[in-house]
Design a protein around this ligand. Sequence first.
Ligand code: FAD
Length: 505
Amino acid sequence: MVEILAGVAVNGDTQPVMGTVPVKEEFIKIPEVASYPTGSLDFLFKLQKEEARRQKAMQTSRLINQDELSRVRLNIIIVGAGLGGLAAAIALARKGHKVTVIEQAPALAEVGAGIQIPSNSSRLLLKWGLKPFLDNKIVEPEDIKFRRWENGSVIGLTKLIPEFQENFDAPYYVVHRAHFHDALHQLALQLGVDVQINSKVVEYDAEAPSITTEHGQSFTGDLIICSDGVKSIGRPKVLGGVDQPARRTGFAAYRATVDVEQMRQHPELVDLLAKPGLNLWIGDLRHVMTYTIAGGRSFNMVLSHPDRTDPASWNQKSADEILSDMRSHFNGWDPRLTKIIDMIKTTLKWPLMSGSPLNGWVAPSQKLLIMGDAAHAMVPYMSEGAAMAVEDAAALAEAIDQAGTVKDLPEVLHVWETVRIKRTSEMQEASLINGKLWHFADGPFQRARDEAMRPEVEGKQFVTSPNQWSDPTTQRWCYGYDAEWEIKQAWNQRSSKSKMVNGDA
Ligand SMILES: Cc1cc2nc3c(=O)[nH]c(=O)nc-3n(C[C@H](O)[C@H](O)[C@H](O)COP(=O)(O)OP(=O)(O)OC[C@H]3O[C@@H](n4cnc5c(N)ncnc54)[C@H](O)[C@@H]3O)c2cc1C
């Protein structure tokens, strides 16, 4: 492990070893460059150039504050260039770590359509300098409207502007996944992160620590971060060889987009597009979450429904069969909604998975850890899955920042995993609970729920709400959470506890 990243030493200069007396004698110096024709030193010059480029990118980047660099600087390998892996790359590169991201895909891309970036995540992303990379692609919705399934009447309402900025010090955004992913990638590159694509990791050595790709390439670092998604192959490494994968929930989601211009041609839909907002139709075992993305040009839809069939059988259906299955789930729903569903030309269907809280995220070697969906897959009903990965990333960078020397690393990683396991397992639970709150069939529970949301729709005061975006306690816990502050707090508390145990207090 290195405390400060060394450049590549080409000459043989060495520091005197402790306890030995250097001989006062003129030793011959090993040349830095060869004056005869040779390519044998090229690999060293290549490494030197790469390191110089990275240092230059760090120094010239206005995105890095030299005062915020970590005392301990590590060589970090991240497996997976999804939203989580790239967020980790940015958070760590900002602190001066050398970061390499290894991605299996032959090209960087994100599948699916839109994604919500709630305030607990946007606060971190804006601090990292992501805004200019998102340009005019981001949408800031005014509110979230819960709508009754059969006629679209508003039954719940969360005001986002200006409330979320004012209360949680950060906006609530929605964006196309591809734009979000590309912005993270561009920012990572500007921070000097090395992203290697077409490199599927097939083997981990948690002790070295190192990874090997299917092409036989090996990468060794001080710390390996597995951000390889819900089907992680890194996860068993931290769980003592026995995996604890996320499980299906019996629900699946169709994801699709509809062209906003096409929607505008239908007068009854214009009202839904008048202001940027999220609209969520809820009904018996189903819901449809919608919002505009791509600067308002595309209408994003996630259609959740019960499905216990084998996902392997889904590809066997034709595109028309899939579309017709999708429509049949929402027969008899609000005519405006079904009109939009009829405009969907293609859709992708995803099984909705949820993990259970794991006992640990860090391997016994203390040199390999998991984060993102690999550690805490959740159903998307709080729209917080990627936001949790962004928090994991910020919290990890902050935890390593607390380390005075490399010897502190096991302890800071333990603090990090403890804080993050608590936060993300609560979010997994909150996400499942939204599935309960939203999916009542018409009847006494549905009526009581709608009645309990009425004050927020009528602009009256309320202290609790079944709408978790509005419920004041849930809101503060969810959107007011400061991932970096939580780590500092936990680290300081642990330091003062150990002082008390040692009688230093
Ligand atoms: C319908 C739906 C809606 C959602 N909406 C929201 C939302 O509004 N807001 C929100 O915050 N979250 C949302 N989420 C959750 C969010 O999409 C995920 O939590 C997030 O994308 C996970 O990111 P990740 O980087 O951890 O994993 P992934 O995105 O799965 O990335 C893993 C990466 O690792 C790579 N990889 C895997 N194995 C290897 C290997 N062996 N070698 C090299 N590379 C490898 C993969 O190719 C991939 O690029 C939603 C999810 C769904 C399904």
